[in-house]
Design a protein around this ligand. Structure first.
Ligand SMILES: Cc1ncc(COP(=O)(O)O)c(C=O)c1O
Length: 491
């Protein structure tokens, strides 16, 4: 046992080397770890301090120091004449301390906690065919970003290492406000802009600060699951409103009595159907909000990527009553790891929303914000969007062509006028689960459209992302999917 003990101890000591702790402390930690992982048990004998010191080639006082500490903490017992042993309580204590991942028998989630957990949280997309909602990070101008980063970092020096205004870096808010005014027709100034980590955070802030438990928020059905997860936190409920080829059926919303406290819409490209909310419905929605003192959450998550026709003015820019929360994200226009998004809120609601933000994640990192602001100020941001729009349009066309050629007998594709994904409906809806399962075995993800419906009876189908795939990749995946379906039908 002695040599095995010392061997394990030496490995554990090496493991801790990078922490630059004194050797006596490392010996204590290593023995505690051996107790914790069960390789040392109650009543096991430890080598004498003299022998261990010799085996480890350290001074005897060092091992003495470690043993004395372990004895004082109750892990070991030292008896003159008979040696050093692991104590019974020491073994129990170490196991207890070393199992932070252990199950708790007495703790339970609150009712709200259970609801949040049941809502499933939000799953970030992955860059695999055909996961939806993923931009192409491989086409990002990384060298340019690096140069901008180095310039900005030098200029800021240690100023980049401090806390930031939780509303966001002023320079970035100015750039966002200028960009949104010019390109999206948003009415705002830097004072209305809040820089956040993600659109999901914006949804969380709005729903917690604007809704009480039991309140209703109208949402598109099918729709973005992130809003439902956010509602689980506030205790409010989702009121599903159907969607057609012109977006949310606003007249269904208008007929609801009492009127819900607000409505969440994705008007540029309805998620997941990609329908554009018609101008008529936008105006009707604005009038409804005004008449009912309700609010509108306009999630403009990928409006920059419109491939056919001119973009329609955003709801926030059409509204004159200040009832709209407008949000967008740099996840899609830049890259997911940037962790920056924005919320444009009515001016008087900015301070409460920012106060809530300080409770969620404090603020966004200064350096990333400053680099992005510079990227926007030099025109690189809009140039990148232009390039990506062309790239994604070509990818959409290649994807549509591949589907047309190989999958046309099995289903119908809704060709999207913009965005990162298209919906595809199998003619034989009964095969959906099997197609999905078998495709997954072939490394193809087929996100389900049906799961995005709140009410049962939604049309079966898939939401297929194409923007992150080169034409060759999407062609290959379409062919693989065709083989999967043919195989299923053969059997
Ligand atoms: C409708 C909608 N809103 C927001 C987002 C996510 O944005 P973020 O990554 O900033 O939370 C997505 C992502 O797919 C989305 O589909």
């Amino acid at each position: 046992m002695r040599s095995q003990f010392t061997g394990t101890l030496v490995a554990l000591l090496q493991d801790q080397q990078r922490y630059e702790l004194p050797i006596g402390i490392r010996i204590q930690n290593a023995i505690r770890r051996q107790l914790g992982n069960g390789s040392l048990k109650a009543f096991d004998r430890l080598p004498s301090s003299r022998l261990l010191a010799k085996e480890l080639a350290v001074a005897r006082e060092t091992v003495e120091f470690a043993y004395q500490h372990l004895e004082a903490e109750g892990y070991i017992i030292r008896q003159q004449g008979s040696g050093t042993f692991v104590s019974e309580t020491g073994a129990q204590l170490a196991t207890f301390k070393s199992s932070p991942g252990g199950k708790s028998r007495s703790l339970r989630l609150s009712e709200r906690g259970k609801k949040i957990f049941r809502s499933g949280g939000v799953h970030d997309p992955v860059p695999i065919a055909f996961h939806a909602a993923y931009p192409d990070v491989r086409s990002f101008p990384l060298d340019l970003w690096r140069q901008t980063a180095s310039r900005v970092s030098k200029r800021l020096g240690t100023n980049a290492l401090t806390y930031c205004d939780p509303q966001g870096l002023e320079q970035l808010r100015e750039e966002i406000s200028r960009y949104l005014g010019a390109y999206r027709g948003v009415r705002c100034s830097p004072e209305n802009v809040v820089v956040l980590t993600s659109s999901q955070e914006a949804l969380l802030l709005i729903t917690t600060m604007m809704l009480d438990p039991g309140d209703q928020l109208a949402v598109e059905d099918p729709g973005y699951p992130g809003i439902r997860s956010a509602l689980a936190v506030s205790g409010a409920t989702a009121l599903p409103i159907d969607v057609d080829h012109n977006g949310m059926l606003v007249d269904h919303l208008i007929r609801r009595s009492p009127a819900p406290r607000g409505a969440y819409v994705t008007p540029s490209h309805q998620y997941p159907t990609t329908a554009t909310l018609s101008l008529e419905r936008r105006v009707a929605l604005i009038d409804w909000a005004k008449a009912n003192r309700s609010f509108i959450i306009e999630d403009d998550y990928d409006s920059e990527y419109r491939y056919d026709g001119a973009p329609i003015s955003c709801i926030q820019g059409l509204d004159t009553s200040g009832n709209v929360f407008y949000l967008g994200t740099f996840t899609k226009t830049m890259f997911p790891a940037i962790r920056l998004a924005y919320l444009v809120a009515p001016k008087e609601l900015v301070p409460p929303l920012v106060a809530m933000r300080t409770l969620v994640d404090g603020h966004s990192a200064i350096l990333n914000q400053a680099i992005l602001a510079e990227f926007m100020a030099t025109g690189e941001f809009t140039a990148h969007i232009r390039r990506m729009r062309q790239l994604f349009k070509a990818r959409r066309d290649a994807f549509v062509e591949a589907v047309d050629r190989h999958l046309a007998p099995f289903g119908s594709l809704q060709i999207p006028a913009g965005g990162f994904q298209a919906t595809w409906h199998l003619y034989d809806g009964g095969l959906e689960t099997e197609v999905r399962r078998k495709a997954e075995q072939q490394g193809i993800l087929l996100p389900s459209l049906g799961e995005l419906f709140i009410r049962r009876g939604g049309t079966p189908g898939f939401v297929l992302g194409f923007a992150a795939l080169t034409p060759q990749e999407s062609y290959a995946a379409v062919v693989r999917l065709m083989r999967v379906i043919k195989n299923i039908r053969k059997h």
